[in-house]
Design a protein around this ligand. Structure first.
Ligand code: FES
Length: 185
């Protein structure tokens, strides 16, 4: 009760405060709704024990078909894992030396194994969860991910190519601890 009183009071102070409040409330709601729509995918990927670990998450990728993207949770953040087919890798590599890259990095610097891209699925602008996990999702002009909050486009290496986001999708610490098992964190 006290919290909502405080919010109302703050929101009434000035028009600017109120607009800011509404803006952030809307952004947060968008992120939650997007996450809710995508989380069931993880449930189907047998995350029960793995995903609950706080310090690290062990993900068996053996059953992830080529071309499929999955999401797991690590330290409360979504992590996208993309099983990239050759054409998606080639698209990323073709732009390794593109002078228009906003946050230059080669595909090899972004992916320890070419066929597996592992990135934190949080837009580096204001933290929305980008779309692109499903084939039917908008993936932006470079075929990676598209953030619907303010229109950032990421390529198939998770590099920012257009929009307000200032940098590439972050990379979590991870290593392949077995041939088809990646441990994040
Ligand atoms: S939060 Fe993604 S473009 Fe603004």
């Amino acid at each position: 009760m006290q919290h909502s009183d405080t919010v109302s009071k703050d929101a009434e102070n000035t028009g600017t405060d109120r607009r800011d409040f509404l803006y952030y409330a809307t952004a947060a709601t968008g992120a939650v709704v997007t996450g809710a729509a995508v989380w069931p995918l993880i449930d189907s990927m047998n995350p029960s024990a793995d995903v609950t670990a706080l310090s690290s998450v062990r993900v068996d990728l053996a059953d992830v078909p080529l071309g499929t993207r999955i999401m797991v949770k690590w330290h409360g953040k979504p992590v996208f894992i993309d099983h990239r087919p050759p054409e998606r890798i080639e698209m990323a590599r073709a732009d390794d030396n593109n002078p228009d890259l906003i946050d230059p990095a080669t595909d090899a610097e972004r992916a320890q194994r070419p066929e597996w891209l592992v990135v934190i699925g949080v837009c580096t602008h204001l933290g929305c969860i980008p779309l692109g996990q499903e084939e039917s999702d908008p993936r932006g002009d470079w075929g990676g991910w598209f953030c619907p909050c303010h229109g950032s486009h990421y390529d198939t290496a998770g590099r920012i190519r257009k929009g307000p986001a200032p940098r590439n999708l972050d990379l979590p610490p991870y290593e392949f601890t077995e041939d088809t098992v990646v441990t994040i964190g």
